[in-house]
Ligand binder design. Structure first.
Ligand code: ADP
Ligand code: UVW
Ligand code: MG
Length: 439
């Protein structure tokens, strides 16, 4: 019998969703997707689009008088629409992207009041994403207590990182309190790792740097498909320059903000999460498309682009050092999938790795964009966090799981044959950096 699964991906101002219909263990189809946008604003709006791109529903409403919970109205609109759209097909459950799972949650988990309490306790670790992740779960729990909900964690995929990579150089008591590196964007990296065996057995078995470049941006070092390092750490602020987040920063700057400007925690949080990054440097926009459009005439827009690419390539170098070389580079998410100019600029700076871009393939957004003589295989793979959530829900609730589950290994899956860079294996014995079969 057919069943359905709803996958939610909540951000600070929007909730994206995908609705899957599963006929059997081998067939799961995305029948609709869409978003509620403008959360917290005066006029949130809901839009659902079918698999063929046709708009199935559009609603806009007045948030005034909707009560204290900004998620209640949007979530009730969504779940009512889903029920009507599915007709007789039962909804098996709802999966949620939850950004922080802390040290304990290294696999998807069915939401219970006890699980919710533990996830709420992680809010100080990510004061912006965690409430956005948990809001829809709470609202749905109140509206539809009969529906099972599953939390799928952005942190879980990185549980394979070696201990050394997890440590921050702080007094031990911080580590004992959970102040250590976690890594994020794990649902996206899980999806990419699951695609590699089909797309490139060489990258699936080798050393691959994945660049998830969206509003939030990070890199992941995959050794035989497992995360061994990533640029985000304790929080989603670390690593690359992002739309409005600072990325890697000297902590001395925070002390300066406190002492010289008198900023408190909320003030610093506002600067680092919402006013920094591309927006802060350009003083113009957090959106790459705006910056490209203005870079010719606006020096600060050009500088923001240059800094984004500079830090990106520097940190690809750091991932390469952790992996002991690089066989592949994968671009994904909004910028990674669509911005040929950023990919070209980054690849030009990575020539020292033996990387050679195929300019025409890159301009055409082809799946393989490196030239045949490149020592590093460069690919563009559109990410799909929602299909990983669907797989996790199906696995967690013991129902059927469809084709993605066959492609994407479950969290905790241990691929044989690569112990990671902390293994006692000399670099010379690891797969060669120059592994081009044509050479
Ligand atoms: N055609 C494009 N060219 C350049 N950048 C793009 C393009 N399309 C989207 N982007 C960038 O992608 C970013 C959003 O990426 P996305 O993965 O959708 O982010 P998120 O899921 O974190 O909200 C936007 O801020 C924009 O800068
Ligand atoms: C973890 C994170 O930064 O998520 P997003 O890119 O959706 O903001
Ligand atoms: Mg995203």
């Amino acid at each position: 019998m057919a069943t359905a699964i709803l996958a939610l991906n909540a951000g600070s101002s929007s909730v994206k969703f995908a609705l899957f219909r599963q006929e059997s263990a081998s067939a799961a189809d995305r029948v609709a997707h869409g978003a509620v946008e403008g959360l917290g604003g005066a006029h949130p709006q809901f839009r659902a689009v079918g698999a063929d791109g046709r708009v199935l529903a559009e609603r806009r409403w007045d948030a005034a008088g909707a009560g204290d919970d900004p998620h209640h109205g949007p979530v009730s609109t969504l779940i009512d629409w889903v029920g009507g759209h599915l007709g007789d097909v039962p909804l098996l459950g709802i999966g949620h992207r939850v950004v922080h799972g802390g040290a304990d949650f290294i696999a998807p988990v069915r939401v219970t009041p006890e699980v919710m309490a533990r996830l709420e306790a992680l809010t100080p670790f990510d004061p912006l994403h965690q409430p956005a992740s948990l809001g829809p779960i709470r609202a749905l729990g109140a509206l539809r207590p009969d529906l099972p909900q599953v939390a799928c964690f952005d942190t879980a995929f990185h549980h394979t990182m070696p201990e050394t990579a997890r440590l921050l150089a702080l007094p031990r008591r911080y580590e004992e309190g959970g102040v250590r590196r976690y890594g994020f964007h794990g649902l996206s990296y899980d999806y990419i790792a699951g695609r590699l065996p089909d797309l490139s057995p060489r990258l699936a078995a080798g050393r691959t740097v994945v660049a998830h470049l969206g509003n939030g941006a990070s890199l992941c070092a995959l050794a035989a498909g497992r995360s061994i390092e990533t640029t985000m750490g304790f929080s989603v602020l670390d690593g690359l320059v992002m739309g409005t987040r600072c990325g890697q920063i000297d902590p001395g700057v925070l002390l300066y903000m406190m002492r010289a400007e008198g900023l408190d925690a909320a003030g610093i949080e506002d600067v680092l999460y919402r006013r920094a990054g591309l927006l802060g440097v350009s003083d113009l926009s957090a959106d790459m498309r705006d910056l490209h459009a203005r870079a010719g005439s606006d020096g600060r827009a050009a500088q923001a682009l240059a800094l984004f690419v500079y830090r990106l390539t520097q940190q690809v170098g750091a991932m390469a050092a952790s992996l002991g070389g690089v066989d592949g580079l994968v671009f994904t998410a909004g910028i990674g999938e669509h911005d040929a100019a950023i990919r070209a600029a980054a690849c030009a700076r990575l020539g020292w790795l033996g990387l050679r871009l195929d300019g025409a393939a890159n301009a055409a957004h082809a799946p393989l964009i490196s030239s045949p003589d490149s020592a590093v295989e460069v690919r563009v793979i559109p990410t799909d966090e929602e299909s990983v959530i669907r797989r996790d829900v199906a696995d967690c609730l013991g129902g059927v799981s469809g084709h993605v589950a066959d492609e994407v290994p479950a969290p905790g899956f241990q691929r044989p044959g690569f112990e990671g860079p902390d293994a006692e294996r000399p670099i010379a014995e690891r797969p060669s950096f120059e592994r081009n079969d044509d050479e």
